[in-house]
Write a protein that binds this ligand. Structure first.
Ligand SMILES: Cc1ncc(COP(=O)(O)O)c(C=O)c1O
Length: 367
């Protein structure tokens, strides 16, 4: 065919998800794999979520509520934000995409960090806008000072700055003093949005993690949340954008009216109200993360102390060979070549059984 396709689209490589068990089973002719590659929850949805879902099946012949009224009411209590400041998306990835499409003309700019969640870059390019990636600090943390310096130098500010906190895939976090220093300068700027993506904030145990109330006191700051991680609903696709009603009303103009399916809405309400299930997951992940990081230290593998449900570590070897060796032993984790990391990998923190298995595999592969 002789279709005219933009270079921005041709330069994109389709998103490479964590390998599925079915794929690797065939490739490695092996029945059993443990998958710790996509930062999913190791637990099944809670009893409350399952009951709400089975009750909702009888309504599946109806369109979902396009305004997500009940979810916004429940989310409003959970996040302590008024309902009118909440927009619901088909996963937070959709919200990244919608925001960029609403805000950017081709040639306008979006800023983020090198090594930040890759969807910011993909969605920017898909909208033919320009991505600016500011290098990470030593130790793989996001460098807000460098981002601020870069903004100072620009003749025209980017339309959006995306700041994931904690960051995926590095697991590092930005403490409140650094974030507030950045926002003291750029928060309240009427020409630029600052989106703070808190996909993993429930897993944080640092005392100096930014207070969301302080972040949201700036009109141009939006917070992004997902139900895919701690709430274990990755398969249903639901996430939230919290912030200025003016910005949300722009996104409402272009979103698909039924972007959030009925099952996702029902499950999200139940999950947000199930405090016990939430405590169970966070306690389990924090304990397992602590043990696994101690194990990495014993194995002399350098890692970034994580505030999320995964750990970024340096294999100090060619990732492709390590990846292959891990798969041969039945362990699926995430290589990070699309982020430009050639020797580093990311392992999701799973259940105690999954992490014991991972430790045994690591002992063989990294001996
Ligand atoms: C930092 C960050 N933001 C957003 C997302 C997207 O989450 P979802 O689209 O499943 O809501 C992810 C998923 O891995 C992530 O790591």
């Amino acid at each position: 065919m002789k279709l005219k396709i933009s270079e921005d689209i041709l330069s994109l490589v389709p998103y490479k998800p964590g390998q599925s068990e079915a794929d690797v089973k065939k490739q490695y002719n092996r029945d059993f794999f443990v998958k710790l590659a996509s930062n999913e929850s190791p637990l099944e949805p809670s009893k409350m979520v399952k009951e709400a879902l089975s009750e909702s099946i009888k309504n599946l012949s109806l369109y979902p509520d396009p305004g997500c009224q009940r979810v916004r009411e429940v989310a409003s209590k959970y996040y302590d934000v008024p309902t009118e400041k909440i927009l619901v998306g088909n996963g937070s990835n959709e919200l990244v995409d919608l925001l960029i499409r609403v805000m950017c003309e081709p040639e306008q700019k979006v800023m983020t960090s090198v090594g930040a969640f890759i969807a910011y870059k993909i969605c920017t390019k898909a909208s033919r806008a320009q991505i600016i990636e500011v290098p990470l600090k030593e130790g793989y943390s996001i460098d807000l000072e460098a981002m601020s310096d870069e903004l100072e130098k620009m003749s025209e500010l980017p339309q959006i700055v995306f700041i994931p906190n904690p960051n995926n895939p590095t697991g590092s976090y930005i403490p409140e003093n650094e974030m507030m220093e950045f926002l003291d300068k750029w928060g309240g700027n009427e020409e630029m949005l600052i989106v703070i993506d808190e996909a993993y904030n429930e897993f944080v145990d640092a005392d100096d993690f930014p207070d969301p109330k302080k972040l949201m006191s700036y009109e141009n700051v939006l917070l992004m949340k997902t139900m895919s991680k701690v709430f274990g609903l990755a398969g249903l696709r639901i996430g939230f954008l919290l912030g200025s009603t003016e910005v949300l009303s722009l996104v409402h103009r272009i979103r698909n009216p039924f972007n959030v399916n009925a099952m996702a809405q029902v499950a999200a309400c139940a999950a947000l109200e199930d405090k016990e299930a939430l405590d169970e997951v966070t306690t389990m992940i924090k304990n397992e993360r602590y043990s696994f990081q101690r194990f990495l230290k014993e194995m002399n593998l350098d890692f970034v102390p994580s505030q999320a449900n995964f750990v970024f570590f340096d294999t100090k070897r060619d990732f492709a060979k390590v990846h292959d060796a891990l798969l041969r032993e039945g362990l699926i984790i995430r290589p990070l070549a699309p982020y430009g990391f050639k020797t580093q990998m990311r392992i999701t923190i799973g259940s105690s059984e999954q992490m014991s298995f991972a430790r045994e595999v690591f002992k063989k592969v990294f001996k």
